[in-house]
Design a protein around this ligand. Structure first.
Ligand SMILES: NC(=O)c1ccc[n+]([C@@H]2O[C@H](COP(=O)([O-])OP(=O)(O)OC[C@H]3O[C@@H](n4cnc5c(N)ncnc54)[C@H](O)[C@@H]3O)[C@@H](O)[C@H]2O)c1
Length: 337
């Protein structure tokens, strides 16, 4: 089977590529990524020379480029990770989020419709459900929870989900969608909460926490997200949405305090809250557990230790990102030779 992974030079996409190549050596993977600020080809270095892997630099919103790739590569399955993914950046520049997350998804869906595929899987987020109150811990998002978005990021992801379902109904494109909670683990760009706090603590910088740090997120170790998507694309039902979550709810403050404790260093600085900041996310993932037998295998206490260890052992990876040096890698390796 040939799997086309978009956004595979980013955090979750790269972890998914490693997971698939290890679990299904009989399959091959084509990674399509525009290498925006969030894409880092160095992350994929270990698989670049594998005969089962191929990298193509392209924009998912570029119809001509995408159709050419579908025509020449003839992929069986598409897993769409490519997106602008940072809520704060969506507040600064909503238009870019609509171009990549909505138009990009539409271009991919049209390519699927025209060239034919076995499955288009849209990697979505629990943020499409909006937020839950802090004082009703029994409330969880199910697949039936209405879409109720808060940020330009979540609105663009919800739009992409609706388009995906529309292409299923109108054009009979075989689709599936996963809506996952917050991921953490190796290769996460150091602008997101956990790697930012680790990097700042190690660089003796303050650890900025929004508001009072009361916002609650449900954390899932990235490999558990990868195993869920792997199950859905192979055994999930066409046209279905699957929630994916870890039942690891923590306030942002608790997460940051755990990092400080593990590292033995770091000073918190409370900063002005994010506009429209969602209070609490919590996922009911009983559908994927019952229907596909998925279970997360890494508890938060173990996963956060593995993640901190990874950032300690791979300082060069994130330091090159912080210095901007990583963006020259593609030119050095592939253009100026
Ligand atoms: N990080 C999380 O906690 C989380 C949780 C649930 C869902 N998601 C979703 O998972 C997906 C991946 O998230 P991530 O955290 O790995 O993001 P990321 O920002 O680390 O990676 C995004 C990747 O997409 C690429 N990209 C961006 N625009 C592109 C374009 N126009 N064409 C081709 N490639 C492009 C980037 O270069 C980058 O490699 C996203 O769709 C996101 O919405 C993320």
């Amino acid at each position: 089977m040939k799997i086309l992974v978009t956004g595979g030079a980013g955090f979750i996409g790269s972890n998914f590529i490693f997971y698939e190549l290890a679990k299904h050596p009989e399959d091959s993977i084509i990674c399509v990524d525009l290498l925006t600020y969030a894409g880092n080809l160095e992350t994929l270095e270990s698989v670049m020379s594998s005969p089962a892997f191929k990298f193509i630099k392209a924009d998912i919103a570029d119809q001509k480029a995408i159709y050419t790739i579908f025509e020449s590569e003839k992929p069986d399955i598409i897993v769409n990770f490519a997106a602008e993914s940072h809520v704060d950046r969506s507040i600064e520049n909503p238009a870019l989020f609509l171009t990549t997350n909505v138009i990009g998804t539409q271009v991919l869906l049209d390519a699927c419709r025209i060239f034919g595929i076995d499955r288009f899987h849209q990697v979505s987020t629990d943020e499409v459900y909006g937020d839950l109150p802090l004082d009703s811990l029994d409330l969880l998002f199910t697949e039936e929870t209405p879409i109720h978005t808060s940020s330009p990021y979540s609105a663009s992801k919800a739009s992409a989900d609706l388009l995906t379902l529309a292409y299923s109904r109108t054009f009979k494109v075989p689709v599936s969608i996963s809506r996952c909670s917050n991921n953490y683990g190796p290769y996460q760009f150091p602008e997101k909460l956990i790697p930012l706090m680790i990097a700042n603590a190690l660089n003796d910088k303050q650890l900025p926490v929004y508001g009072k740090g009361e916002n609650v997120r449900d954390w899932l170790y990235v490999e558990d997200h990868c195993s869920a998507i792997d199950l859905i694309i192979r055994h999930g039902k066409e046209g279905e949405i699957y929630n994916v979550g870890g039942h690891n709810e923590r306030t942002n403050l608790e997460v940051v305090q755990t990092i400080i404790q593990e590292l033995g260093r770091g000073r918190i600085e409370f900063v002005k809250d994010r506009a429209g900041h969602d209070l609490r996310y919590a996922i009911d993932s009983s559908k994927i557990q019952h229907d596909l037998g998925w279970l997360p295998s890494t508890a938060f206490d173990e996963g956060i230790q593995m993640t901190i260890r990874w950032y300690l052992d791979n300082k060069a990876w994130w330091q090159r990102i912080l210095s901007g040096e990583y963006q020259k890698y593609y030119e050095r390796m592939y253009v100026n030779r």
